[in-house]
Design a protein around this ligand. Structure first.
Ligand SMILES: [Zn+2]
Length: 520
């Protein structure tokens, strides 16, 4: 059974079992920040009054290869901000594509590992996202000097993190003059006012015409020149294209038009060329330490960082902290937090009202360890959760590779419907080599209702050790058979103790938990 998680609110369908990234782009509609400081810092690297244009591409979608080929026919080059964890997954550029693009003189920049909003994740996770994407792309042989913020979301803390990772610059998604911001300054200065918040005339989407594209360039030309970084996503047309796309014909026509303006002094450069920063350097960053399921009882909300993966959700604040909604196939599912809890105040309920194929589930957020589960290759893990369900359920398990790519891994056997709270435990196979992260959840794959609570994970080796000790006790206990009794009682006592401490934890959590939100 192959599964994946819905990507970008279901605007595209992906065929294989690889997990794609959930890119909800609501945050990209950020209002443009008009600045008055634009005309200062006109520096070298260009003729006075010259206009410098950068083609920048976010996310590393597969259709951007065509854009690189169009640019190369005019001798122009672009900057491709890559989501390291998405490389090679369906719909995204492969490493071979990246090599081809770089070989053409284009720049490979980074756009985090998991496309999380860095302003909404813990500082340590933001550092991993920014630094590890650069390290991974560097390890693959690319000289990575430029960064772009997912959802264009940035603040001084995040800017400092990106700088500390060794990037020379970081690009946002607004601040220069375009339709939504007629009073913005027409061009970024060179060097930029803030190299870790390079401004752009919004982001090109389906509402942009060829005339709009030409207009942002000629406006800059008429106003003393400067730098105009353009932001592109998909280069495609047709029903499966999202809002953040440009038709290939329009893109080609604009590239052709722009190439003709070189005679007027307007030039095209990569971001790194314009910023002209120092050499790339390596920066070490600590990986996440082992931990159990964070917010396994759905008591806490907010700080999802994963954007808004389901259309019906009002926003990330509605999600239980560290959880994301996963689904694939054709079905109508609803997620909500519910007071019908096994412990604490909250549980999570999935209700599927119609079903043709696929499933719906909650998963630990696909990140680099703040919420997803750090695991060790060749170890097995015991997954646990309490559930009530009107239909069969099963564990769906995903893993993360060293480069940050999430892949559907395996599923447990089916678990029977249950009208009262039932504990589901399942031991995974040994984690494959090259894997260091896990995310799992109980899935609903038919019409019905599934309520889950108190998710847990533990290395199976602990159980193994205890079984070994039990065997030793049995041997010592010998003929009296006390050993077996002892191990059984010990196991019961351990389970009771664990339950007690969990309840204690719940009481503490209850005292601290915010009293808001009605959905997961
Ligand atoms: Zn992006």
């Amino acid at each position: 059974m192959r599964q994946r998680v819905r990507r970008r609110a279901g605007s595209k369908t992906r065929r294989s079992g690889y997990v794609a990234f959930m890119l909800a782009f609501a945050a990209l509609l950020a209002s443009c920040a008009a600045t008055g400081a634009a005309s200062r810092a006109q520096a070298a690297a260009r003729e006075p009054g010259q206009t410098v244009v950068s083609f920048t591409f976010d996310d590393g979608e597969a259709d951007q290869l065509r854009a690189a080929q169009v640019l190369s026919t005019y001798g122009m080059r672009g900057t491709f901000y890559i989501i390291a964890g998405a490389v090679g997954t369906p719909g995204y550029l492969t490493r071979a594509n990246l090599r081809e693009i770089a070989a053409g003189g284009n720049e490979i920049g980074a756009h985090t590992v998991s496309h999380l909003d860095l302003t909404k994740v813990a500082t340590a996770e933001a550092r991993r996202q920014a630094c590890i994407s650069r390290d991974t792309l560097t390890r693959w042989g690319f000289s990575v000097r430029s960064f772009a913020y997912p959802y264009a979301a940035h603040n001084p803390t995040v800017e400092a993190i990106v700088q500390a990772c060794g990037y020379d610059s970081a690009r946002i998604g607004s601040g220069l003059r375009s339709g939504p911001c007629p009073s913005c300054t027409p061009a970024e200065s060179i060097p930029p006012v803030n190299p870790y918040a390079i401004r752009t005339p919004g982001q090109v989407d389906t509402s942009w015409t060829l005339g709009d594209l030409e207009n942002v360039i000629t406006t800059a030309e008429r106003n003393g020149g400067g730098w105009v970084p353009l932001v592109f996503h998909d280069v495609c047309s047709g029903g499966s294209c999202g809002r953040l796309s440009i038709a290939p014909d329009t893109f080609a026509a604009f590239a052709h038009w722009l190439s003709r303006r070189q005679s007027l002094g307007t030039i095209v450069r990569t971001v790194a060329k314009v910023v002209n920063g120092r050499d790339a350097r390596e920066v070490g960053v600590a990986t996440a330490g082992a931990h159990g399921v964070v917010n396994g009882s759905f008591e806490l909300t907010g700080n999802s960082g994963a954007g808004n993966p389901a259309l019906e959700s009002a926003g990330p604040g509605d999600l239980a902290k560290c959880w994301m909604r996963g689904s694939y196939g054709r079905n109508a599912a609803r997620w909500q937090r519910t007071r019908d809890a096994h412990s604490g105040r909250w549980a999570a309920r999935i209700t599927t009202s119609s079903h043709t194929s696929g499933d719906a589930k909650l998963l630990q957020r696909f990140d680099l360890g703040a919420c997803s589960l750090p695991v060790v290759a060749s170890k097995s893990y015991v997954l646990g959760a309490w559930y009530k369900s009107s239909a069969r359920t099963q564990y769906a398990v995903y893993y993360r590779t060293f480069s940050g790519r999430w892949v559907y891994w395996t599923s447990s056997p089916y678990l029977s419907p249950a009208t009262s709270w039932t504990l589901a435990t399942w031991q995974t196979p040994a984690v494959p080599v090259g894997v260091n992260g896990l995310s799992f959840g109980l899935a609903l794959f038919s019409v019905g209702s599934l309520t889950t609570d108190d998710y847990s994970i533990a290395p199976a080796s602990q159980f193994g050790r205890e079984m070994f000790l039990g065997v030793v006790v049995i041997l010592i206990g010998g003929a009296a058979g006390l050993g077996g009794l002892y191990t059984h009682r010990a196991a019961v006592a351990r389970a009771a103790k664990a339950l007690k401490s969990r309840r204690k934890l719940e009481r503490v959590r209850r005292a601290r938990a915010p009293s808001s939100s009605s959905s997961p």
